[in-house]
Design a protein around this ligand. Structure first.
Ligand code: HEC
Length: 253
């Protein structure tokens, strides 16, 4: 049985069980029935009240519940909750806005002073990130990461690393990288990942930087591995974390 079929069955059955249970003992809920020690007791209960229909219903529902739980255990919580289009839309907007403002800030700072502009290729350096999050409290985190790091603090977490490796493998095979990927990371965190490519303006610092700029990068990031890129190359990803419950609250307003 498909997971969503089972979930559907469980929802319908949940109501039926609650209704039937109420008729038998006056109160209670689906979990009381589920916790009852097996079909035999439910059967005796139903028989005692002459409620054959309830017995059939409860049996079907218990079977559904069991297969739902087995399916849930097999697929894990990641597929349990669908990601709403509103959540994805908000994450996409956060990613695009952050990248846009990063680039604006970078260009502006580079025009002023190339060496000090290296402070600006970090999303935390931009007040707009904070502004965006203040207006959209459902966005709980923004991060950029890569397999070739400049700042080790941007190291990928296990989920990010898995996606980076998957996308790098696609690039290596000459296959297209998806526009984005998303997953239910925990009960209150949806993660949205968007690939980043090197554009012409990134090359100043991620191509073959020279002179004072190269020195400044080297002294600030002695472990730097983020040079030698060419335009259009896959650079890494931007990850947006969204609290789905807050998206619902916001759209209900
Ligand atoms: C002015 C120099 C400069 C330019 C231009 C620049 N970056 Fe960076 N980039 C840096 C520095 C410095 C860091 C480390 C920031 C930090 O401390 O988190 C960095 C970090 C990053 C990271 C985070 C992962 C890591 O290696 O630490 C990504 C991804 C990234 N840059 C992508 C880009 C892209 C894409 C562009 C062009 C749109 C770009 N950068 C343009 C200097 C630059």
């Amino acid at each position: 049985m498909q997971v969503d079929q089972v979930i559907g069955a469980r929802r319908v059955c949940g109501l039926e069980i609650a209704f039937a249970w109420e008729r038998v003992v006056g109160a209670g809920n689906i979990y009381d029935v589920a916790r009852a020690s097996g079909l035999a007791e439910v059967y005796h209960l139903a028989k005692a009240f002459g409620l054959a229909k309830i017995f059939v219903l409860v049996t079907i529902c218990l079977i559904s519940l069991t297969s739902y739980q087995t399916a849930w255990a097999a697929t894990g919580p990641e597929t349990e909750m669908p990601i709403s289009p509103e959540t994805l839309k908000l994450a996409e907007k956060a990613a695009l806005k952050t990248l846009q403002s990063l680039q604006n800030q970078l260009s502006e700072q580079m025009a002023k002073n190339l060496v000090t502009s290296i402070e600006y290729c970090h999303e935390n350096a931009i007040p707009l990130t904070d502004d965006f999050r203040r207006d959209n409290p459902a966005v709980t985190a923004i991060k950029r990461t890569s397999l070739r790091l400049r700042n080790l603090k941007n190291k990928p977490t296990a989920d990010e690393e898995a996606i980076l490796k998957k996308w790098e493998a696609l690039v290596a095979k000459g296959k297209p990288v998806p526009d984005f990927e998303s997953k239910v990371f925990s009960a209150d965190e949806v993660r949205y990942y968007k690939p980043l490519r090197v554009q012409a303006m990134c090359l100043t610092c991620h191509g073959q930087p020279g002179g004072e700029l190269a020195q400044a990068i080297k002294s600030k990031f002695p472990m730097d591995r983020a040079t030698g890129y060419k335009e259009g190359e896959f650079r890494g990803l931007i990850r947006i974390s969204v609290k789905p419950q807050k998206v619902i609250e916001a759209s209900a307003k």
